[in-house]
Design a protein around this ligand. Structure first.
Ligand code: ADP
Length: 333
């Protein structure tokens, strides 16, 4: 299920398609992980780097790996920590994001990162781990071509921090395979039965599940109607799912469901952060949804997340069933 792994030791030993180097802006070698990579790759790496004209902080360049087990090296320059007021967080996120993008562009499917900026550049380790993991997590949600991401931790402190942070990390995995679709349909069944029966009755729930949330129906929504589904994993357990689709200039949030025991655990806020990110990536400024007028808990939760009620709306479900809903929307800042 998860493509993110935490490993310890020397990054120059890893058998992956590409390892990332925490270089300095000259790209001509240095101490720490940079020195180790140049030593293992041999002098050809130095010659190749000389041709690259350096690299700015937050940017990336690629070379072969020469004598390294990994065929490629992506060189990125992390930010020097200057107290946090100089865009250090964004620059660090950019290192991870642009490295992944460059890997995707070069058809490299497995990648290992060192703990960029946390050595000589002095970035606080705990904050760096959070930024690294969340940036990679967000990238992976929409890039199924990347198969494995290793975080190679050299010191004990980073290893402990990453192991702790990854176990708490909420993952959003794009629904692609038939197996994912079946799991989504199962989650729908659990959630509708525990949540909607008191509101609309068992008969209507059964109708909606078999007609709108069956594996076949979900498959059609994804492949014919442009919906994107994401399964939410928490502590490695499937905990709910999200379905979104662009409609005009807005993002339509069709489904945002959590199983009962995962409500009130902060997953709602995490999920909404993810949904807002998807909207921004599509250049959209507004998210809208419909919610049953009797679904007071959800209405309250959406209000807490910044949504407003716009208008009541009656939705025809089919077979004479209707839903009394509210339109709700959230304007992104
Ligand atoms: P920066 O200048 O970006 O801070 P450093 O190389 O000083 O880069 O440190 C980045 C991280 O790389 C540190 O956490 C350090 O412990 C780690 N590191 C050093 N050598 C290696 C190695 N051979 N493999 C993996 N990580 C390493």
């Amino acid at each position: 299920m998860t493509k993110i792994e935490i490993v310890s030791g020397d990054i120059t030993r890893l058998q992956v398609d590409v390892i990332v180097n925490a270089a300095n802006s000259s790209l001509l070698g240095g101490g720490g992980v940079d020195g180790a990579i140049h030593r293992s790759a041999g002098s050809e790496l130095f010659s190749a780097c000389k041709l690259l004209n350096g690299c700015n902080a937050g940017e990336v360049k690629i070379t072969p790996g020469f004598r390294l087990p990994s065929p490629y090296v992506i060189h990125t320059v992390g930010p020097v920590w200057k107290g946090g007021g100089n865009d250090e967080n964004q620059t660090l996120a950019s290192c991870y994001q642009k490295s992944l993008r460059l890997a995707s562009e070069n058809n490299l499917r497995t990648i290992a990162f060192p703990n960029i900026s946390t050595g000589i550049y002095g970035f606080p380790k705990s904050l760096a781990a959070k930024i690294a993991l969340e940036t990679v997590r967000d990238y992976l949600a929409n890039h199924i071509e990347i198969e494995r991401v290793l975080f190679c931790c050299f010191d004990e402190e980073n290893l402990a921090l990453y192991k702790g942070a990854v176990s708490e990390l909420v993952l959003f995995e794009k629904v692609v395979s038939e197996q994912d679709i079946i799991l989504t349909s199962k989650l729908a069944s659990i959630i509708w039965n525990e949540h909607y029966v008191p509101m609309i009755g068992q008969e209507q729930v059964d109708y909606m599940l078999s007609n709108l949330q069956s594996p076949e129906a979900i498959e059609k929504l994804i492949n014919k109607e442009g919906y994107q589904y994401y399964i939410i994993y928490h502590h490695s357990e499937p905990s709910g799912y999200i379905s979104i689709r662009q409609k005009g200039n807005d993002l339509f949030l069709s489904k945002f469901y959590l199983i009962r025991e995962k409500r009130r655990t902060g997953l709602g806020r995490e999920g909404m952060r993810f949904i807002s990110l998807q909207a921004r990536m599509l250049g959209l400024q507004r998210i809208f949804l419909t919610v049953n007028i009797n679904n007071l808990n959800s209405i309250k939760a959406y209000k807490k997340l910044g949504f407003q009620i716009d208008s009541p709306v009656i939705t025809q479900i089919g077979a004479g069933y209707i839903m009394d809903d509210y339109n709700m929307s959230l304007q992104l800042l």
